[in-house]
Design a protein around this ligand. Structure first.
Ligand code: SAM
Length: 267
């Protein structure tokens, strides 16, 4: 006997159609309505599993108005499932606006376990520790990207990126963090899935003829203090600080030798 909820968050495949749980199929069959990011995309999955449930659209451009509508549908006694185009709703996909309203209205919610690009990726990428920071899509402006790379240099930094931008992003990472180790996952669970773990330079070389498909990427935490310090030096230099000031700031904040930092500022 399963506990009943009013709204179910249901992950759907990120490529391989078979990556859907028995419970997900059961829930999608039994709820009254499925709220989809794109009804046509979800219809392919529904057809594949012979699910006849009615769909409504819920996407980032109608989140507020649709949330109100969904709340009234649920209050009228109906149950709903929320799906996104692929993977787990709420992971770089809409849902937050609706969830806030659901909790405000004391509506019971549950989330099913299932496919997600970031966990599919991380579960096949070796790491020395469990720490990682997932930041969603990599920032589009170089200023934000540099801030992020500096801020998270001591943890494994995981992000989604488009195939059009990934090579430039890797070049920027190399500029900021040196020729650091990177893991790149492409087309996970699909026919041409690929995991490449190498230095930023070698990955750029590997994809020199271009890169296609969906991508998850992880920049390994720096294990070289000098690389971290160099990143911070560059950030401070960009903000107009002089070598002497940088040496004072970094040696004070990070308990480093002031002369060593000063020497690094001259490199
Ligand atoms: N909600 C999804 C999830 O659970 O992973 C993510 C949605 S986000 C809008 C789409 C991005 O996720 C893609 O641009 C890509 O970076 C990543 N992604 C989705 N499917 C993927 C796959 N099969 N392989 C690699 N990355 C994937």
């Amino acid at each position: 006997m399963q506990r009943q909820f009013q709204l179910y968050i249901v992950p759907t495949p990120i490529g391989n159609m078979d990556d859907i749980t028995l419970r997900a199929i059961e829930v999608l069959k039994n709820v009254d309505i499925i709220a989809c990011e794109d009804t046509r995309t979800t219809q392919n999955i529904l057809n594949h599993y012979n699910i006849k449930t009615k769909t409504v659209s819920y996407h980032k451009f109608n989140e507020k108005s649709k949330s109100d509508e969904i709340i009234s549908i649920i209050k009228s006694g109906k149950t709903l499932a929320l799906v996104s185009d692929a993977g787990t709703p709420m992971i770089c996909d809409p849902g937050s606006v609706l969830l806030k309203e659901l909790y405000k209205n004391d509506i019971s919610v549950t989330s099913l376990a299932g496919p997600c690009a970031v966990t599919t990726f991380l579960s096949q990428v070796p790491r020395d520790n469990e720490y990682f920071t997932f930041v969603g899509f990599f920032p589009k402006t170089s200023q934000k990207a540099e801030e992020l790379l500096g801020r998270f240099s001591d943890t494994n930094l995981v992000f989604y990126e488009s195939p059009n931008r990934i090579l430039d992003t890797l070049r920027l990472i190399k500029e900021y963090r040196g020729n650091i180790k990177v893991a790149l996952g492409r087309e996970l669970t699909k026919l041409f899935e690929e995991i490449v773990i190498d230095t930023a330079d070698n990955i750029i070389e590997h994809f020199k003829d271009g890169i296609k498909g969906e991508i998850v990427c992880m920049v390994y935490a720096s294990d070289d203090t000098n690389i971290d310090t160099k990143t911070k030096i560059k950030q401070l230099k960009d903000k107009g600080f002089k070598s002497k000031e940088i040496a004072t700031i970094l040696s004070t904040l990070y308990n480093l030798n002031k002369n060593d930092v000063y020497k690094l500022t001259m490199e």
